[in-house]
Ligand binder design. Structure first.
Ligand code: SF4
Ligand code: SF4
Length: 145
């Protein structure tokens, strides 16, 4: 993989390996979101998809995720317009918005655990949907994603 490819390639120009490596493994996009009926604003909750490994912050069924969760986010260069709904730290959103990657991103640090060390991932902050009544989701709304 060419060094710092994200600084000179657009999202559309990246190959599959480059594209996949952009994901920092924060797990935030696997948290349930609620939409404010009046403003349309999306609010993240700390309730995670049942297939998210809460310690590794990785999908436990990644290759078959759409079979298990048909509305799972499938990020592709073709659906760039959806990126505005991703958390502000997400590398896909950052690159889409013309920003650089932060120091804690594994591609910059060279360490896949730096996203956890920087407390950016959901490790230690999320609860599985299997433990939460769907009607209580609003009790788990969180800020600062
Ligand atoms: S929010 Fe972005 S960087 Fe974090 S896990 Fe999801 S796709 Fe990867
Ligand atoms: S199926 Fe996997 S990638 Fe999709 S929301 Fe659940 S944990 Fe995340």
């Amino acid at each position: 993989m060419s060094e710092k490819f994200w600084t000179h390639l657009s999202l559309q120009e990246m190959d599959t390996q480059q594209w996949e490596s952009l994901c920092d493994g924060c797990g935030k996009c696997c948290l349930h979101k609620l939409e404010d009926e009046d403003s349309g604003e999306l609010c993240f909750t700390s309730v995670a998809c049942e297939f998210l490994d809460l310690d590794a912050c990785r999908c436990s069924v990644y290759q078959e995720r759409l079979k298990h969760v048909p509305d799972c986010v499938s990020l592709r260069p073709e659906n760039l317009s959806e990126f505005a709904y991703l958390p502000s730290t997400c590398a896909y959103r950052l690159i889409y918005e013309g920003q650089g990657l932060p120091d804690w991103h594994p591609l910059v640090s060279g360490d896949p655990y730096s996203v956890h060390a920087a407390h950016v991932s959901v490790r230690g902050k999320a609860i599985s949907e299997a433990e939460v009544d769907e009607e209580d989701l609003d009790l788990y709304i969180i800020d600062n994603l």
